[in-house]
Design a protein around this ligand. Sequence first.
Ligand code: PGA
Length: 249
Amino acid sequence: MAKPLIVGNWKMHKTVGEAVDFARRLRDALSANLDRSVAVAPPFTAIYPVAQVLKGSGIGVCAQNMHEKAAGAYTGEVSAPLLADAGCEYVIIGHSERRTYFGEGDDVVNRKIKAARGSGLKAICCIGETLQEREAGQTFSVIERQAKKGLRGLNAAEIGGVAIAYEPVWAIGTGKTATPDEARDVHLFIRDIVKGEYGEGITADLQVIYGGSVNPANIADLMARPEIGGVLVGGASLDIESFAKIVRF
Ligand code: PGA
C-alpha cells in the first residue's frame, strides 16, 4: 500500500513572499521521514521559489494545471516539461474548476495525463459529480465516464503514476463533505473500474484520494476508511496551522 497522499491546492492565492514563507514553515514543522506523501500546489508564479525551499525536504510541489503540448505557440500556457524543470513532482488535472470555468472535458484530461506522465510528472486526476447529477442518481455513471475516458489508453507505466481524486463538486468550497461512507463507496467503485481496465496488479498501488471541504475536524474520520488513500485540500490548506494538522491527522 502506498503512503497516504495529502496535497494542498492553493488555487489563485498567495504571493511569492507568502508562498515561500508557508513552504519554510511547513518544511520546519514536518519531519523528513514522515510516513505520508505531502505536496503543495502554489500558483504558477510561486512554483519555482517554493520548490527551491522544499528541495530535499520530502515535500513535493504540485502544479494546478498544465497544457497538453510540450512546447509551442500557446500564449499564456505552461507545459509539463516546463513544470518539471521548475521543480514540480505532481500536477492536478481536470479539477472541477477547470472543467466548469475553462471547458475542459474528459478527452483533454486524458491527453494532459499522458503528457504529464511523458514528462515524468505524477498526475492527480480529479473526477466528481455535481449536485444536480447526484440528485438525479447519476453519481456512479458520471464517475465511470470520467474515470474511463480520463484514463483511456494509458500504459502500465503511465497509470502507475496517476492518483485519482474523487471530489464531489457540491462539496468543493461549500463546507459540505461527503460522509466518509459515501466517499468510501465511490472510492471502491473507482478501484473496481481501474481494476476492470488495467487488472488487479495496478490497483494495489493505486491512490484514490478524497477532496471537498476537508479540514482538521473531519480528516481523521475520512482517513479511518482504508479505501481513502489521502486528501486534496483547498481552503484549509491556505493556513499553515490548519494544513499541518491535516497532514498529521
Ligand atoms: P476545498 O477545495 O477543500 O476548499 O473544498 C478542494 C479542491 O478544490 O480541491
